[in-house]
Design a protein. Structure first.
Length: 71
């Protein structure tokens, strides 16, 4: 599972970092979240999905492997 936070959508509610502090941190300059490492370990996939669902802006995106195309 891979995730990222869409910075154009994130409003800095901080819910993801509260739900999954091992996966998300907040930027000092604007308080917006970012994924510490986009590659989520298998044991943290459940909490990652919880963070995705808890984001009021739906700014956390799960990247599916089949969506990644090589140029």
């Amino acid at each position: 599972m891979n995730i990222y936070v869409d910075q154009d959508i994130c409003q800095g509610h901080t819910i993801c970092s509260m739900v999954a502090p091992d996966l998300f941190q907040l930027r000092d300059e604007d308080g917006h979240a970012y994924a510490i490492d986009g590659d989520v370990p298998a044991e943290l996939e459940g909490v990652a999905r919880e963070a995705i669902l808890s984001c009021p802006e739906r700014a956390i995106v799960e990247v599916f492997e089949h969506a990644i195309q090589e140029s």
